[in-house]
Design a protein around this ligand. Sequence first.
Ligand code: SAH
Length: 236
Amino acid sequence: MISFFPFLSMIIIPVLPFLACAQNQPNFTLQRQRMVEQQIKARGVHNTEVLDAMLKVPRHRFVPESYRARSYDDNPLPIGEGQTISQPYIVAFMTEALEVNKSDRILEIGTGSGYQAAVLAELAAEVYTIELITELGERAIQILNDLNYKNIHVKIGDGFKGWPEEAPFDAVIITAAPEEIPSVLVEQLKDGGRMIVPVGPVGGVQNLILGKKKAGRLETRDVLPVRFVPMVRGKE
Ligand code: SAH
């Protein structure tokens, strides 16, 4: 028995630093499970595909280093340039409201960190997303590449113009608040398509509006009061 000891310690001692290191890492998988249970399911989002996508996408990879430990908190977080990554519940709520099908091609305005685009890319065929601020768009491209998303296409430009070359879309999601629904984006939506957009004045109360396009017209209803950063017009 005793003669085995030196060999055993040779095996165990080199592993100890790795074990210690692993313990210092926050358990993001567990945090994500709690986020889904306590913030999302508890508030009434039940679509299993949406919940699975929220469980899968590593939100902490989209959050800047300095806020990483708070990635799964129940609130939005700064991502630089005065912009924010939305609260997890709002991302899940908007995604569920869009009734995404596997074959859908979706347009998102306001890439920001790229997180909402990644969640949509788990559910849809292709996601086209537009970001006005170059630094944010480039950072999102980098993160989405690192995570190996092949079905997300990021364009740096003004979302008020949409993406005419790729239109029409099955669904449109806007994650910055315009003062009214941009008609160009309604034009780029297929008949029968869904649109979700926070509408309201800068700094004031906004309403999340859910629309369905029927016979060329968007039929809308208010679904939730929210607060988003404003959708800003790009310089010509
Ligand atoms: N969906 C993002 C959060 C978006 S924050 C995420 O998951 O992280 C809103 C974003 O909309 C900001 O990055 C802002 O720069 C962008 N934005 C504002 N006006 C825009 C416009 N006209 N076109 C494209 N992006 C715009």
